[in-house]
Design a protein around this ligand. Structure first.
Ligand code: NAD
Ligand code: 6OD
Length: 497
């Protein structure tokens, strides 16, 4: 049994699984490489969990559920979650360094979003569970004495949490926070691209005294590896997943035989709608973030931009200037505004859309290729921020999620046309609408078929609000009390008086 999460063998870090409070290497000895997307340097060797480790993690989670974790009062449980949040903040720099190394995202971004939200996700849900009233109904009975009904919430059990790589700590804790607050235990499978912060969180759990087995981490890939082994394990009571829509479909099939519930936050091809009456500078700034933040690797980001014709040319020119203003570089450099994509594989996918757009006759407003990077940065997963116009709406570039720093911009003439274009997609995650006409803002927001509409802003998050996707962008809502719908079960008790 290893005691440290990120131990060293020579110069290369070893990232271990975290099972029942211990950092453990897989019995098979299998490892996979974790490389930097910035310059391809080897960051570490990750221990790949096999059947034995997945089984041990699920059993540890079950034992903690019926044992020490289940025995805690809610107040004791929530105190531990506040302590987790505080400890993440105390170790802020270690989390920041690990997240930036794995993702290549600018330090400035991770410092203001990823790590603070990693801590906040524990605090907010500890607050939420303490403030949820119960249902209560009085009913009449033939003997006139009546009866009362009340509902109690119980944890669902052992939750499988499967997380993506784009906001690793933020999106993983967005699931782990409410799951633990509701009294469940978890087995987490972080993305193979970004294993470090999930493992570091194990050190936090040990430091603050969360009982062994409450939080477990198994590393590996999806199909045929730790991800699939976890979703097929009979000891799992529910699966919460964030990632691609087709992965969600595979997970749904895997749990179908055992009829387990799922909560899915999936892909998107989000539309931004900019009306001519918008605050122009604010719209350019907001849309610039919606398209390019995190190198376009945000599920809520915008890849389809619809702009009302009178300001179309001016808007495209302003967005172009925004795209060309990003300095690509090392995450630690304060001037860096954009990092690389996550992997060479993802870069090849994004570049295939760049190529396709060219072949289909798009006007390339800016970018469309690979930037020239100096020294060992040339080994990284860089692409140019890119804007196209002139593609038909049925182009794959306009219909499929690319998940890169790019967008297609198209003019519209009427509000109804803008709504129709925005809704012409199999996805339904988010939209961002820019207008100073209040009535129009409410009208359009009500018509666009998405789970999250932002008006004159983007990615402004209040964690008490419902979050999730319509159509093929997801199943269910999480956030605030809505998370309780998934992470607890209601039991009704009827008492005859
Ligand atoms: P992905 O679906 O490839 O992988 C996500 C996770 O699932 C990884 O941990 C992976 O190992 C695992 N996995 C893959 N196949 C599996 C299988 N068959 N069984 C079990 N686990 C499996 O997604 P990604 O590339 O890591 O993330 C990018 C995608 O995530 C984009 O489509 C993006 O839109 C989506 N996303 C959605 C949201 C949201 O809130 N809706 C948030 C972030 C990312
Ligand atoms: O802010 C959140 O809670 C959340 N789930 C964000 C998702 C971002 C997608 O990339």
């Amino acid at each position: 049994m290893e005691k440290k999460s990120l131990s060293s063998a020579g110069q290369v870090a070893r990232i271990l699984n975290y099972i029942n409070g211990e950092f453990v290497a897989a019995g098979s000895g299998k490892t996979f490489e974790n490389r930097s997307p910035v310059d391809a340097r080897l960051l570490g060797l990750v221990s790949e969990a096999g059947e034995a480790e997945v089984d041990a993690a699920v059993k540890a989670a079950r034992a903690a559920l019926v044992g020490p974790w289940g025995a805690l009062e809610m107040a004791e449980r929530t105190e531990l979650l506040y302590a987790v949040a505080n400890e993440i903040n105390r170790r802020f720099d270690a989390f920041l360094q690990a997240e930036v190394a794995d993702t290549g995202k600018p330090v400035s971004l991770a410092k203001h979003i990823d790590i603070p939200r990693g801590a906040a996700n524990f605090k907010i849900f500890a607050d939420v569970v303490k403030n949820v009233p119960s249902e209560f109904f009085q009913m009449a009975t033939p003997d006139k004495k009546g009866a009362i009904n009340y509902a109690i919430r119980v944890p669902r059990g052992v939750i499988a949490v499967i997380a993506p790589w784009n906001l690793p700590l933020l999106l993983m804790t967005w699931k782990v926070g409410p799951a633990l607050a509701c009294g469940n235990t978890v087995v987490v499978k972080p993305s193979e691209e970004t294993p470090a912060t999930a493992t570091l969180l194990g050190e936090v759990m040990n430091a603050v005294g969360v009982p062994k087995g409450v939080y477990n981490v198994i590393h590996g890939f999806g199909p045929g590896s730790a991800g699939e082994l976890l979703t097929r394990h009979p000891g799992i009571d529910a699966v919460t997943f964030t990632g691609e829509t087709r992965t969600g479909a595979a997970i749904m099939k895997a749990v179908a035989d055992r009829v387990r519930p799922v909560s899915f936050e999936l892909g998107g091809k989000n539309a931004g709608v900019v009306f001519a009456d918008c605050d122009f500078d604010a719209a350019v700034e907001g849309m610039g973030r919606a398209v390019f933040a995190n190198c376009g690797q945000v599920c809520l980001g915008t890849e389809r931009v619809y702009v009302e014709r009178p300001i179309f040319d001016k808007f495209v020119a302003a967005l172009k200037a925004k795209a060309e203003g990003f300095k690509l570089g090392r995450p630690e450099d304060a001037a860096t505004g954009m990092g690389p994509l996550i992997s060479q594989e993802h870069r090849a996918k994004v570049l295939s859309y760049y190529e396709r757009a060219r072949k289909e006759g798009a006007s390339v407003v800016t970018g469309g290729g690979v930037p020239k990077m100096e020294g060992d940065l040339a080994n990284g997963c860089w692409v140019e921020p890119t804007i196209w116009t002139g593609l038909p709406e049925d182009s794959a570039v306009v219909r499929e999620e690319i998940f890169g720093p790019c967008c297609h911009v198209r003019p519209f003439d009427t509000e109804a046309e803008a709504v129709r274009l925005a809704n012409d997609t199999q996805y339904g995650l988010a939209t961002t609408i820019w207008t100073t006409n209040l009535a129009r803002a409410h009208r359009v927001a009500a018509q666009i078929e998405v789970g999250i509409s932002w008006v004159n802003c983007w990615f402004l998050r209040d964690l008490r609000t419902p979050f999730g996707g319509s159509k093929q962008s997801g199943i269910g809502r999480e956030g605030g009390v809505h998370s309780l719908e998934f992470y607890t079960e209601l039991r009704n008790v009827c008492v005859k008086l």
